[in-house]
Design a protein around this ligand. Structure first.
Ligand SMILES: [Zn+2]
Ligand SMILES: [Zn+2]
Length: 693
């Protein structure tokens, strides 16, 4: 009998191990098996998947235990895992076991049965008294979207065909969630389960509350990394047993076992958080589309600023497009006001001759003051937390670099530390310059902390709050801070992109991007796409209240106000922005017009990492499958050194996804054996469809 266990490929294990059993076990059964001297969890797998050739004379060891207190993981779930492992170049067992709740691997049959019994008893408790939930009147656009979706879902029905995924494109406030709720209702009425994926844990409570209010007599569970191990096991089991009607979660929830799955919704589908950044680097959005196709389940992707990959699928007719143009119960999108920073009077030199940068242009400051007088709120975005990005010595030019990374350490004034945001290296701020002893060391640039401080000076009567990863540690702290904003206890809110996402501030009539230009000149080809999404999302925060919408404004301070991105933003014109970006991507041979993979290597020296990649490149060039695939020379990534580890990467590109996949699967076994000759390489990994290159 074949079993997969959690072991990476490079330990020389075959994908499937053989064990002896008294009676045949169904594929998808959880077991524990001896492996070397250990006993490890495993999953019975289909023999045909990847038949292992057992050398003759090898004696099979027996399975240690069988966990049959729960139903097996069905063939559709196994197909999803098998596809993901193959596509993202991981071992089957590693992926299969890593996406199960960790608790499940620790329990034996008796423990599991006792747990289960308790939870199922809970479920039998008195049903919540459920008042008929108020269902808002749908707009004609929403009705059209739902009718189109129903037609789409019915089109593949009974023909054994996959259904076309649909993209629901609508600005913030256009009522996308209401469409999800109605689509879910249809599916629930047919006795099926619904899976809703959101990019971040922070967004789950809000959405959970909306779904729970709409479906009071349905069972809703969430799946994300913020749950305790026991909660995660409970929720996963309720989904697996079919007791949960709605499963709401972050990217890991795409692997939830759901026997009656009838609809998958991916909200904010463009969000980079759907891509796992370690281990199996899967895209939950892409896997959701694959899963929908394979299980013949309708997939609904939603976004105000779809990813260019998704948009290209719409243009090519692979995905259906459902559009919501109007904002519901809210006014127009706010007017855009560009501040041309090059026209401002040069700032006065500060102490030591260092020019203190102008925080906010005078007209923007005046606009914020106006809000203050009217009792409205302003939201200021700055994508850099901390006080200042770097400390600087004006005498010798010393800067507060990190000793372990190729990055600056950020000055945090509140606790007077210099902190590396990459490796966490933290020290007290030195009294004097460590290089020359000069006492006059000063912050350069600014982060959210400094912006907050300066705003307090400029607007002493205003209540200024800040929300970023430093201020909001943990989901509860964040909820409290957001609550204060909702309650009107804050006049000006300063924050990173965290505050632009999904939060519905009704009294905000001014949103300002303080320094968004950096993304225009990033080496990351996706930076403009992300900036546009962020600014559109931020703009959507203003004018949620129809009465205030008329005087809502989005301010952008820029040294490049004529940039095409801002021109598209001016008209809130995603289509125009996407067309220009797609043209650039096509000319440059970048996704979605090319498939990419990255081979990364980490070592103590850059040379050792590069040597491994060069040998790997030679090995690839000897393969016949390398045709129509391009391998680029090894280069250091943006952050070349991280926590004393030197990093190098090599880009692999092809116009054909299939050609790239073929090369990777032939190449991977070679890489595992190559590693043995490169002892200085600490780790290496393949990232298929990387988000940043
Ligand atoms: Zn100095
Ligand atoms: Zn560091």
């Amino acid at each position: 009998m074949a079993v997969v266990v959690d072991a990476p490929r490079h330990v020389g294990l075959q994908a499937l191990l053989d064990y002896q059993v008294q009676q045949a076990l169904a594929p998808g059964t959880l077991v524990t098996v001896p492996l070397g001297r250990r006993v490890v969890p495993g999953l019975v797998w289909d023999r045909a998947a990847d038949a292992s050739d057992l050398p003759p004379g090898v004696e099979l060891r027996p399975v240690s235990a069988v966990l049959d207190a729960i139903p097996v993981l069905d063939a559709r779930w196994r197909a999803l895992v098998q596809f993901a492992a193959g596509y993202y170049q991981r071992s089957l067992g590693e992926l299969a076991l890593s996406v199960l709740p960790p608790e499940l691997r620790k329990l034996d049959n008796t423990q599991l049965a006792r747990r289960l019994k308790r939870w199922l008893k809970e479920l039998q408790g008195p049903a919540a008294c459920s008042p008929e939930p108020a269902t808002p009147q749908l707009s004609s656009e929403q009705q059209q979207a739902l009718a189109a979706l129903a037609a789409l879902a019915a089109s593949g029905e009974g023909k054994g065909q996959g259904k076309h995924p649909a993209l629901l494109h609508g600005v913030t406030g256009s009522g996308k969630t209401e469409v999800y709720l109605h689509a879910a209702q249809d599916v629930l009425q047919r006795g099926l389960q619904v899976l809703v994926l959101v990019p971040e844990i922070n967004l789950t409570p809000q959405l959970e509350a909306r779904f729970a209010a709409r479906f009071p007599d349905r069972r809703l569970v969430s799946l994300h990394s913020g749950l305790t191990a026991a909660q995660r096991l409970r929720n996963w089991l309720l989904a697996h047993l079919g007791h949960a009607d709605l499963v709401l979660g972050t990217r890991l929830a795409v692997f939830a076992s759901m026997p009656r799955l009838g609809l998958i919704v991916v909200d904010e589908e463009h969000d980079p958080s759907f891509k796992q950044q370690e281990g199996a680097r899967y895209s939950a959005r892409d896997l959701a589309v694959w899963r929908g196709h394979h299980e013949q389940v309708q997939v609904l992707l939603g976004s105000a600023t779809p990813s260019l990959e998704t948009w290209q699928h719409v243009l090519s007719g692979r995905y259906a497009l459902l559009t919501l143009r109007e904002r519901i119960g809210a006014g127009e999108m706010p007017r855009l006001r560009m501040v041309d920073m090059t026209r401002l009077a040069p700032p006065a030199p500060g102490p030591g001759g260092v020019q203190t940068q102008q925080v906010l242009a005078p007209p923007l400051l005046a606009a914020i003051e106006q809000r203050l007088q009217r009792g409205e709120q302003s939201l200021l975005l700055l994508n850099r937390r901390g006080y200042a990005p770097v400390l600087h010595c004006s005498a010798c030019g010393w800067k507060s670099g990190c000793a372990h990374c190729s990055a600056w350490r950020v000055f945090h004034k509140s606790d007077r530390t210099l902190r590396c945001h990459h490796c966490g290296f933290c020290e007290r701020v030195p009294r004097a310059c460590p290089d020359c002893g000069n006492l006059d060391i000063a912050p350069l640039g600014r982060g959210t902390e400094k912006l907050q401080e300066q705003l307090k000076e400029l607007l002493p009567q205003a209540r200024v709050a800040r929300i970023d990863a430093d201020s909001a540690r943990g989901i509860e702290a964040l909820q409290q801070q957001l609550q204060a904003v909702h309650a009107g206890e804050v006049d000006v809110l300063v924050g990173t992109q965290m505050v632009a996402k999904g939060h519905d501030f009704r009294q905000v009539t001014l949103v300002a991007a303080v320094n968004p230009d950096t993304a225009l000149f990033s080496s990351d080809f996706r930076a403009p796409e992300r900036l546009f999404a962020l600014l559109m999302q931020a703009a959507g925060r203003a004018g949620r209240d129809a009465q205030l919408a008329q005087r809502s404004e989005m301010w952008v301070q820029s040294w490049n106000p004529g940039h095409a991105l801002y021109a598209a933003l001016q008209g809130h014109d995603y289509t125009r922005f996407a067309a220009a970006q797609l043209q650039e991507r096509q000319a440059a041979g970048l996704p979605p017009f090319a498939a990419l993979a990255l081979l990364r290597a980490d070592a103590r020296t850059a040379q050792a990492a590069a040597d491994f990649l060069l040998d790997a490149s030679d090995a690839a060039l000897a393969l016949s499958s390398v045709q129509s695939v391009t391998l680029y020379p090894p280069v250091p990534p943006h952050l070349a050194k991280l926590a004393d580890v030197e990093r190098m990467q090599m880009l692999i590109e092809s116009r054909s996804r299939t050609a790239l996949q073929r090369l990777l699967s032939e190449w991977l076994p070679q890489l595992h054996s190559l590693r043995g000759r490169h002892k200085a390489v600490l780790r290496w990994a393949v990232d298929v469809d990387p988000l940043a290159i």
